[in-house]
Design a protein around this ligand. Structure first.
Ligand SMILES: Cc1cc2nc3c(=O)[nH]c(=O)nc-3n(C[C@H](O)[C@H](O)[C@H](O)COP(=O)(O)O)c2cc1C
Length: 177
């Protein structure tokens, strides 16, 4: 697996009824991926198992969105959002992702996370991309990753406050006509 695959700018297409599933341990290390996830990402399952999920991270994804995702998951709530991922060949694909903590009913501890990704409409992900670009702009002028997260989260809060929505409400609103 190569983290420095050049990006092609080409979107990998997949069927509208596809469901791309992966599962991680509590640290975000991949412990399962379904055949459709592997096929679209362009990896064999063996290449993904044991890797941090950031191995398919696309540089167009703002740090702020993953920061919000992890804050949501750590408080044992599910996260919904638009994500663009990088494929093994440098292509990319947009999805609407649901990420869910699997909680042990006896201990109350999160034992794993799983994510279910669905095909995203181009009109929806184009709107997501517009906002993500603003977050990336805010993040890119900062010197440290931590400062970038803070700046991106602040910008996201401003955008959501102006829209009068939470991130989840905003994400769901994108697929409305
Ligand atoms: C179940 C689960 C699924 C995830 N799916 C993705 C994904 O599809 N793409 C992605 O870039 N990050 C995904 N992440 C988030 C990554 O763990 C990581 O936070 C993100 O890629 C940013 O990595 P970085 O902070 O090292 O740059 C997922 C995390 C979990 C727990």
């Amino acid at each position: 697996m190569s983290g420095d695959t050049r990006l092609t700018g080409v979107q990998t297409e997949f069927a509208r009824n596809s469901i791309l599933v992966s599962k991680t341990n509590p640290n975000g290390v991949i412990i399962y991926a379904n055949p459709e996830f592997c096929r679209v990402a362009g990896y064999e399952l063996d290449e993904l198992l044991g890797k941090p999920h950031s191995c398919i991270r696309h540089p167009d994804m703002p740090r702020a969105v993953f920061s919000l995702m992890w804050d949501t998951l750590k408080s044992q709530r599910e996260f919904f959002g638009y994500v663009v991922n990088r494929c093994a060949d440098g292509n990319h694909y947009w999805v609407f992702a649901q990420v869910v903590p699997d909680i042990d009913p006896d201990t109350g501890e999160t034992v794993s996370y799983h994510s279910t990704r669905r095909w995203a409409d181009a009109r929806a992900w184009t709107k997501a991309m517009d906002v993500y670009r603003q977050l990336l702009d805010a993040e890119s002028v900062e010197r440290s990753p931590r400062a970038a997260v803070t700046a991106g989260r602040r910008r996201l809060d401003e955008i959501l406050a102006a829209a009068g929505m939470t991130y989840e409400q905003w994400a769901f609103s994108l697929s409305n006509p």
